[in-house]
Design a protein around this ligand. Structure first.
Ligand code: FAD
Length: 480
């Protein structure tokens, strides 16, 4: 029997999509940059169905591509354009919140739950699931775990990795690993969940997760600040951290061009401050103190910043609606850049103290190739993650000779700058199909070898998301 016939027999005909119109939305990425054919799209309703589908694909040696909300920014969740078309497993039907244990500050969810619905379910029990990002209305918990997503809460709560207590995974041989622990302490050898967090679908299909919850802050204070430079922004970060400690929940930065893009391209976004300022900060305090006390505390440090000439202008939200409006501006950057033109997005991490140096050197590197090219910059400054985005209008892109090669060279030059400063060329978006060659160039050979060894052990037939994450050929970076 064919793959499709076997899958239909095992899972039911309505769980296997083959019609072009049904499959179309799954085989192209969010920005329309990557697409490729799928043998079929499978929509399992349970872990057992995932295991059954994986076993069938394994017997027929058909590659398996797990897909969540398909919001990957590096082509991670769509089929490759050549080679064997994969069975695409989308977990959208697996979206139950299995349980919430408020006393243990944990919840167990199906991997197909949309991130925003998990946040909401936790909120209803006065708890916080702190991973938050612009795609939270579409991305799935399984996808955020497979990519170890970051977002705006990392400064205080860490990345997804720090917020996962346990996992359930279907392994490439079809076995189900139930590792849904709810423990903070468990020193019984290797903590295997960490193999799958950030593995981008190359080692198994994550079908459920046990997540760490936190007390729900009862009060927030949010301000938008204009500052003169990234260095002044760092000084403000230092002031805020010294003054508020763990109450500092977010510290985001963008340049004036990025803010102007949002205001121009995303309807309904209002300027918190004049976009003519060169650098902007979004600062949030969150706490269980009463709201007026928190707002007063934020005001105090803003005044200190103004007195020290670090802050040029500030706008303090005075209502929940105003706070939401400020965050809406921040969460609209990807949508705005998509409409503004072709952005050569990069996602670098450097030590927080090196962010100003990174921005200065990366700007020079870009302008050596394309003098004066506009660069949108948006950073999770509190954790040293800078999205440094040379941005071409559609007209500039069409007129550019050797566009893809130039884009690659410019992005590589930016990655070189991050590497030289002790940083990473992929902070939170992952590798996907976009950055496998950068893995070969920047990742130490011994790390690649270990990753290949683990892959070979779990997926000896190399069926799970082949061609992603790991470079195609072994490579020894210079001097390693
Ligand atoms: P997909 O895109 O479907 O898949 C991503 C990868 O995970 C693929 O390799 C896929 O094979 C694998 N995968 C998916 N589900 C599973 C599963 N159940 N088991 C095993 N493997 C699986 N990312 C950030 O980190 N921080 C941000 O601030 C951020 N902002 C964003 C804003 C916008 C507007 C957009 C479009 C994206 C943003 N992203 C951000 C990137 C993206 O949202 C995240 O990488 C997200 O975690 C991907 O989740 P997803 O469910 O869409 O996964």
């Amino acid at each position: 029997m064919s793959l499709v016939a076997q899958l239909q027999a095992a899972l039911g005909a309505d769980a296997v999509l083959i019609a072009q119109a049904d499959v179309a939305g799954h085989v192209q990425d969010w920005r329309g940059r990557y697409r490729g054919p799928a043998a079929c799209v499978v929509l399992p309703s349970s872990t057992r169905q995932v295991a059954a589908a994986v076993r069938i694909a394994g017997q027929l040696r058909v590659p398996v591509l797990a897909q969540g909300g398909n919001t990957s920014l590096c082509g991670g969740a769509v089929p490759w354009p050549d080679g064997a078309a994969p069975m695409l497993l989308n977990l959208a039907r697996m979206r139950s919140v299995r349980s919430i244990d408020a006393a243990n500050n944990s919840m167990e969810v199906d991997a197909g739950c949309v991130l925003a619905s998990v946040q909401q379910a936790a909120r209803e029990r006065q708890r916080l699931y702190p991973v938050s990002l612009g795609a939270e209305g579409s991305c799935q918990i399984g996808g955020t775990i497979a990519t170890n997503a970051g977002g705006t809460g990392v400064l205080r709560y860490g990345t997804t990795r720090e917020n996962v207590l346990g996992l359930e995974v279907v392994l490439p041989d079809g076995q189900i690993w139930n590792g849904l622990y709810r423990l903070r302490k468990n020193n019984t050898g290797l903590d295997l969940k960490h193999l799958f967090i950030g593995s981008e679908g190359t080692l198994g299909v994550i079908t459920a997760a046990s997540l760490k919850l936190h007390p729900l802050p009862t009060a927030q204070a949010v301000a938008w600040l204009a500052v003169a430079s990234p260095r002044a922004a760092l000084q403000m970060l230092d002031l805020c951290q010294t003054r508020y400690g763990a109450s500092l929940a977010a510290f985001e930065m963008m340049n004036g061009l990025q803010l102007r893009n949002v205001l121009e391209h995303v309807p309904g976004r209002r300027p918190p401050l004049p976009a003519a300022y060169d650098w902007h900060l979004l600062v949030e305090l969150a706490d269980t103190r009463a709201e007026p006390a928190l707002t007063a505390a934020l005001e105090e440090v803003l005044l200190q910043g103004l007195a020290q000439d670090l802050v040029l202008d500030a706008s303090l939200a005075t209502s929940g609606a105003q706070r939401a409006a400020l965050w809406a501006v921040r969460h609209s950057v990807s949508e705005a850049n998509k409409k503004a033109g072709i952005g050569w997005t990069t996602d670098c991490a450097v030590p927080v103290s090196a962010v100003p140096e990174f921005i200065a050197r990366a700007t020079r590197a870009v302008h050596r190739t394309l003098p004066g090219l506009p660069i949108a910059i948006v950073a999770h400054l509190g954790d040293g993650n800078v999205h440094f985005i040379p941005l071409l209008s559609f007209g500039q892109w069409n007129a550019l000779a050797h566009g893809p090669a130039t884009a690659h060279a410019v992005q590589h030059a930016i990655h070189e700058v991050a590497h030289a400063l002790g940083g990473s060329f992929s902070a939170e978006h992952g590798i996907g199909q976009l950055l496998t060659q950068e893995m070969a160039l920047f990742k130490p050979a011994v790390e690649i070898d270990m990753m290949r060894g683990i892959k070979g052990l779990l997926d000896p037939h190399q069926l799970f998301n082949p061609g992603r994450l790991l470079p195609a050929t072994p490579h020894r970076p210079k001097g390693v």
